[in-house]
Design a protein around this ligand. Structure first.
Ligand SMILES: [Zn+2]
Length: 947
């Protein structure tokens, strides 16, 4: 049976296009139920004895949720208790249009065999398909379609000759829909009603999202916040310029402060400062908000106070906190455009990890949840299992933030395990940084090559045989995912041939299949202390793609002819087969180069590479490439307990920079080649020059030592950093470089057709890309595909040449890389805590990196650890503090602290509270009488210069 509909649509160019949409109604759509004898189905999903103990439904039943139930109560649907659910095609489609993340979660449930969720394609079923009636809204039509299908199911299953009558329960919170359903004799409940009826499983109530109807249950009546403007007024305000829209970014250091990034034309964006609870007006980190800029005389400077929301607050006490924020004069010069949030355009809530802060009131069911991310406010939840959840890491979802509530309301989602447990903590870290870390699905794994895998004759026929070359790889110890290998040999004409051979991952991962999509979503491999989360399945990452020694591997090679002055004479690219002669560590390679007795081919090759690399590096630095610094430490992890047993600052050998030079050279050569071939859709990487104001803090630091740092170009910066030396203070230059690193912008991927500025500031290169690490970066896979098409070694596909699709991909890659970096830092911070736990209290020397109004930030070079020493303590009278923002300096009881001053601090782990373990840092030297030192939570920050 065929129904057809004709639409007339205006095309972009203004013409009229006629669309005929054909809609097939089929007779072969089955109900999916085990009890049915009518449908000719081979497999069933919905079980015969679908029993959940409920005091509303004492009979077996299937649930049929409407769209809004799926959207708002996905946590309930995900609970293992909830099984045998019918998801209508109508619902599935609506969910897909309205929320991509929830759609994905729903699809995951549908794939889970344990859950017995069945998709019924009601829109193609002869008896359940309905046409939209005249004057009926799309919404009403869909509600009706859902009722029709519920009715059909009820009747259909009622016909079955079984004594145990099975019923279908429609779940809807929509009053109108519910009334109409009841009129037609359907069994229907509100979600809350139904969940509360599950007497045997009272804990499920905790996972209920508070919907609009019942949100005022746990709030006081006093209005604490201004009303949010309706979307229509926000839209007209933005149009007229009264309001600006932007992303809300809460401050990590100060819970009463945030910045809204207002995106202007092109690269032009302004930051609007928001201060105080009223002005923050219930916006949560990452929300898209509308702000109103305050009149000039109300502009303020960002507070230099480190202010943490220490505990639950009564709903009405806010003035005191605000006063704390505004204390202290601010220089007029540092005032920033200041505004207030007038409305929320789009919430960006996700489930948050954290811990429960138990209410002091006995038998209370309302508790405050403290998120792990300090930028997220505490969340009030209802739970009857608080005693069990205390001491566990849990996930909580936000449901809403009424204007008379100090905190948002939410509900319990699930427990992640005991706090302090290594696995739980890692899980928290991965979830909080949005790192996809589930095992690869069967669909993904199905695209792996069948084992045993061999290079075939067909492979050899289209590749250059480079198996005889003396290729070797040089990596950190323990590296199993070897992306790159090199060779160097003399040519008869006196020049050198250098080859960079990169794992040919794009040979294994074909565009658009499940493995490709998964890798594109993950974007990068994430390296945590003691754990690696692969971007591609291990068979590829550690075996078939890894360029290990003494095995034949497929490679993508970049081969240059280079003269004695390290100038490139010729460049070519080729798909190849190599057989690496040695997998070396940096130290092993260095020893070979240094050992005059060794003269084998591998060593000779290494010496050749090293000699050329030195010239390349010198030339690069002369052109203005930056060599910045950041303290990098590695933990030695006990292989069984996974506890850190030692900590070591990373030592850089000549061979590190040898490999790096050739990787840079390959990346630049490939960038040029793919841009020459595909000027509109080359995937490139750029590093914007920082705006001059970024260097303010660096300039102040230099000025305090009577030095001048020139920042008008990368070259000027590099030169003045080289010259900045202070007698008797050898570490000064390193500190300055650490600070300079903090002034830098993030490097980003972009599509060449969507941008005009390609410059890579840190590398002083006019063009750059990533080609050399396709096992662990998805960007490199795309670059390999582009290069393969450019040299005729592979065929192209539409998405590769679509600059908009590529640009969207770049956005995801940039996001994933940033999150991977943060996750890595958090992992180091966590292991730092474990390390200090086993060490007890330590006295260490450190340097002041930054000065704040009430604290100094101290860097301990030995551990690469950065922490805050507070000079205020809530329980004791504060010492006399004078903050000079211009210097900057902080005078505590007459002693002046300046940037880069040497101090001695005590570092210890405070494990007295399992929920909030923290490293405490307090001042030992200089000794300042009467100064009480408050504990702090250090943060390990390691900005890295992009490569
Ligand atoms: Zn049936």
């Amino acid at each position: 049976m065929l129904k057809s509909k004709t639409f007339v649509k205006k095309t972009r160019s203004g013409g009229i296009m006629k669309i005929v949409r054909e809609h097939y109604l089929r007779d072969d759509i089955w109900c999916g139920s085990e009890v049915c004898t009518e449908c000719k189905q081979e497999e069933t999903v919905l079980q015969k004895d679908a029993c959940i103990e409920s005091n509303l439904c004492s009979f077996p039943h299937y649930l049929l949720p409407d769209t809004n139930i799926v959207l708002s109560q996905i946590d309930i649907l995900e609970d293992p208790l909830i099984k045998n659910v019918i998801i209508l095609q109508t619902v599935l489609q609506e969910v897909r249009h309205r929320s991509a993340p929830i759609y994905k979660r729903l699809k995951d449930i549908l794939h889970d065999k344990e859950k017995h969720f069945y998709t019924f394609t009601n829109e193609h079923h002869r008896e359940t398909y309905i046409e939209r009636e005249q004057g009926e809204s799309a919404n009403d039509r869909n509600d009706r379609a859902i009722r029709i299908s519920t009715k059909w199911y009820s009747d259909h299953l009622n016909n079955t000759p079984t004594d145990k009558r099975l019923k279908v329960v429609l779940l809807t919170n929509d009053r109108g829909n519910k009334e109409k359903a009841e009129e037609s004799g359907l069994l229907t409940y509100r979600c809350e009603e139904y969940v509360k009826s599950l007497i045997a499983n009272p804990e499920l109530v905790d996972r209920l999202a508070l919907t609009n109807d019942d949100k005022n249950e746990i709030t006081s009546s006093k209005v604490l916040f201004p009303e949010h403007l309706p979307l229509s007024r926000i839209q007209s305000g933005i149009k007229s310029g009264t309001f600006q829209q932007g992303t809300f970014r809460a401050s990590r250091d100060n819970y009463l402060e945030a910045t809204v990034f207002v995106h202007g034309e092109g690269d032009d964006s302004t930051e609007v400062l928001i201060q105080g609870l009223q002005n923050l007006n219930r916006a949560v980190h990452q929300d898209l908000v509308a702000v109103e800029i305050l009149p000039l005389n109300q502009w303020v400077a960002p507070s230099s106070v480190v202010l943490q929301d220490e505990g639950p607050k009564e709903d009405d006490v806010t003035e005191e906190e605000e006063a704390e924020l505004k204390s202290g004069p601010s220089g007029a010069a540092s005032r920033k455009p200041t505004g207030r949030v007038v409305g929320i355009i789009k919430r960006n809530w996700r489930p948050f990890c954290g811990m429960l802060f138990l209410s002091q009131i006995k038998e209370a069911t309302r508790h405050l949840f403290t998120p792990a991310d300090r930028r997220i406010p505490r969340i009030r939840i209802e739970t009857r299992q608080a005693a069990t959840l205390a001491g566990q890491r849990i996930m909580v979802a936000v449901d809403g933030w009424p204007k008379h509530s100090r905190y948002p309301n939410g509900h319990f989602v699930r427990s992640l395990g005991s706090a302090g447990d290594n696995e739980t903590e890692t899980e928290v870290l991965l979830l909080e940084h949005d790192v996809p870390h589930q095992d690869f699905s069967q669909a993904v794994l199905s695209f792996l090559p069948k084992m045993p895998w061999n290079i075939t004759e067909e492979d050899m026929a289209v590749r250059e045989d480079l198996r005889n070359l003396t290729v070797c790889s040089v990596d950190p110890p323990g590296c199993t995912d070897i992306d790159d290998a090199l060779h160097c040999r003399d040519l008869p004409n006196g020049n050198q041939e250098v080859g960079v051979h990169i794992a040919d991952v794009s040979h294994f991962i074909r565009p658009g299949n499940a493995m490709d999509l998964e890798a594109a979503n993950r974007g990068t491999t994430v390296y945590l202390t003691g754990r690696r989360i692969d971007m591609v399945p291990e068979l590829l990452s550690s075996n078939l793609c890894s360029l290990r020694s003494s095995v034949e591997r497929l490679a993508f090679s970049c081969i240059w002819e280079i003269n004695d002055k390290a100038e490139i004479v010729k460049t070519r690219f080729t798909k190849s087969v190599i057989n690496s002669k040695a997998s070396l560590t940096y130290a092993e390679a260095q020893m070979r180069i240094d050992d005059a007795n060794m003269n084998d081919d591998t060593t000779k090759s290494l010496r050749g590479l090293n000699r050329l690399a030195k010239i390349l590096k010198k030339r690069r630095i002369e052109k203005g490439a930056l060599t910045l610094s950041s303290p990098e430490v590695r933990f030695h992890i006990d292989s069984e307990t996974h506890d850190p047993i030692d900590l070591q600052t990373k030592e850089l050998k000549e061979t590190n920079s040898m490999v790096e030079e050739f990787m840079l050279l390959a990346n630049i050569s490939v960038a040029q080649k793919i841009y020459d071939e595909f000027s509109e859709c080359a995937l490139l990487r750029k590093h914007p020059a920082p705006p001059p104001s970024n260097y303010d803090i660096l300039n102040k630091a230099a000025k305090s030592k009577d030095l001048v740092i020139h920042t008008d170009s990368a070259k000027a910066l590099a030169d003045s950093l080289d010259a900045a030396q202070v007698d008797g203070f050898p570490y000064f230059n390193t500190l300055l470089r650490i600070l300079a690193t903090r002034c830098m912008m993030q490097a980003v991927y972009f599509c060449s057709g969507m941008d005009s500025d390609f410059h890579h500031y840190g590398l002083a290169s006019p063009i750059y890309t990533h080609f050399t690490s396709p096992i662990r970066r998805y960007s490199d896979i795309i670059v390999h595909r582009l290069l393969a098409v450019a040299i005729g070694a592979d065929s192209t596909y539409p998405d590769l040449m679509d600059k908009h699709k590529q640009s969207a991909l770049c956005n995801n890659l940039n996001y994933r890389h940033k999150m991977a970096q943060y996750a890595q830092r958090a992992s180091v911070a966590y292991h730092t805590q474990l390390f200090f736990k086993s060490r007890g209290i330590l006295n260490e020397e450190g340097f002041i990196l930054f000065v704040r109004k009430n604290a100094i930030i101290v860097l301990i070079p030995k551990f690469g650890l950065e922490g805050t020493v507070f000079f205020e303590n809530k329980d004791k009278p504060s010492p006399k503090l004078i903050f000079n923002e211009e210097a900057p300096s902080l005078t505590v009881e007459g002693h002046s602290f300046n940037m880069f001053d040497k101090v001695k601090v005590t570092i210890s782990l405070d494990a007295s509270n399992v929920q909030h373990q923290k490293i405490r840092m307090s001042l030992v030297e200089p000794v300042i009488s009467g100064v009480s030192v408050a504990p702090s939570e250090p943060e390990v920050k390691r900005a890295k210069l992009d490569r």
